[in-house]
Design a protein around this ligand. Structure first.
Ligand code: BTN
Length: 317
């Protein structure tokens, strides 16, 4: 299957004869194999008489674990398919002693997790699904605002691509043209006063053009108008992530607070903040040193924090 994937990734036609030779089967058996291939990866294969077979859309495949580890300078575990990179990162951490951060990435997630119990749509070879597992030494660091520091890393990395209307939305979404481009999910394992680990999960819509997602979304390819090299984007992200995590661990979120505020798209806007049935309204005044959202409500400025909170513009029905 992998061989077929690598040949078809270019999105151009390959004759039945060529594919048959490659797979060591007759031309008539090629179509059967392609059907299995298509079902396995969830990829559409087009067949045109006289031209051959091609993928409906070309793919940018990730390099191997070894190549990624070498390019990035951190151990990177790559999977063709995994339930969730956050889940797998924690499984690896629990199995053996790890003093250094490591990465887990995958071509597809079968149970990708989003914030507030949502699913994160993770089709094969389209986007980036990445977790950095960060081991925490007993009581050594303050994790407040870490997810916002990760947001700064994504903003830095992606703003280098020259995308219009890119910015952050509290607490940790990256928006492109008002739609969700990337999300961050931090999961803490253990007690940070003792030995613990944080799984920093990042999902970025890179080459996806169609998907059923229950919120307005964007991908880099939609705006760039071309297929993007996911290895290049991954490398950009990890480089900025390492820098921001280092800054955060050394000095806390305060080191990145003003940069976060400059990238926040909803500064000064009238917003609604909800948690289940409860709703608050106010004008965004920024974030404090712990990453809590500051809302002006009349004469008062009130700080709000918590993973279950959801923010909307007040005029957005
Ligand atoms: C959000 O809801 O905004 C957070 C989405 C986080 C998705 C990423 S994809 C890689 C990592 N593994 C997961 O299961 N979730 C995170």
């Amino acid at each position: 299957m992998r061989l077929l994937l690598e040949v078809l990734a270019d999105g151009v036609f390959h004759s039945g004869e060529e594919l048959g030779r490659l797979l060591g089967v007759s031309r008539s058996a090629v179509w059967k194999q392609l059907k299995r291939f298509s079902a396995y990866y969830g990829l559409e294969v087009q067949a045109v008489r006289g031209q051959g077979y091609r993928l409906a859309s070309p793919l940018s495949l990730l390099l191997s674990s070894d190549e990624l580890s070498q390019r990035i300078g951190l151990t990177c575990h790559l999977y063709e398919s995994i339930d969730s990179t956050n889940q797998e990162a924690y499984r690896l951490y629990a199995k053996a002693v790890h003093d250094e951060p490591f990465l887990v990435t995958a071509e597809r997630q079968t149970a990708g997790r989003g914030r507030r119990g949502r699913e994160w749509i993770s089709p094969f070879a389209q986007n980036i699904y990445l977790t950095m597992l960060l081991p925490i030494k007993a009581g050594s660091v303050c994790l407040d605002g870490l997810s916002l520091s990760v947001g700064v890393a994504l903003y830095r990395a992606l703003s280098g691509l020259g995308l219009p209307r890119l910015g952050l939305k509290w607490p940790n979404d990256v928006l492109l043209g008002g739609r969700k481009l990337a999300g961050i999910l931090l999961e803490l394992h253990g007690d940070p006063q003792r030995d613990a680990a944080v799984a920093i999960g990042i999902g970025i819509n890179v080459n996806m053009l169609a998907a059923e997602v229950d919120q307005a979304w964007a991908s880099l390819r939609m705006v760039a108008g071309r297929l993007l090299d996911r290895n290049f984007i991954l490398e950009l992200i990890v480089r900025e992530l390492q820098l921001c995590v280092e800054q955060h661990l050394a000095n806390g979120f305060i080191a990145l607070q003003s940069e976060w505020q400059r990238a926040h798209l909803w500064h000064g806007q009238q917003v609604r903040l909800s948690s289940g049935e409860h709703m608050q309204e106010g004008v965004v005044e920024g974030v404090d040193q712990t990453g809590a959202l500051l809302l002006r409500q009349g004469e008062q400025v009130v700080a709000f924090s918590g993973g279950e909170l959801s923010l909307r513009l007040a005029h957005d029905s």
